[in-house]
Design a protein around this ligand. Sequence first.
Ligand code: FES
Length: 164
Amino acid sequence: MSVENPQRIDTRKLDEIISQYDSKKSNLIAILQKVQEVYKYLPEDAMIYIGTKIEGLSPATVYGVATFYAQFSLEPKGKYEIKVCDGTACHVRGSMPVLNAIKARLSLTDGQMTTNDGMFSLETVSCLGACGLAPVVVINGKVYPQMTSDAIRIVLDTLLKEGR
Ligand code: FES
């Protein structure tokens, strides 16, 4: 991580969040959750800033915490946030072919979770509590039940048309 120039982030906003949580290192997770709410992910510069502002922390510590917890995203989210459930029921009923169909349709290469144009981000999640509808995909909070590779391609084509 570079330690220069936290210019892309709004440091006043970060100061506000840090002070809401009494600038305490024990509140780091809550602070990161709030920052993620604002930016939809944890920008590297924000982690560096927090790590240098709060006593007892370092940018490396903040980065370590952010990467440890699955709830934190270090990559920007897309306009459409796609969550593919890979809990047991969904996995057994074919969530992986659905996931692969999404990656292929959006040209996401291995390890890439957000499309180059920022339209879509993709992640797998554990059981969403809707196993009767497996396999389940959620896009911006909307549940798409009993997905197949063909069905998800149609959904994505519709969003691609709407979103441009
Ligand atoms: S396993 Fe996917 S909703 Fe439960």
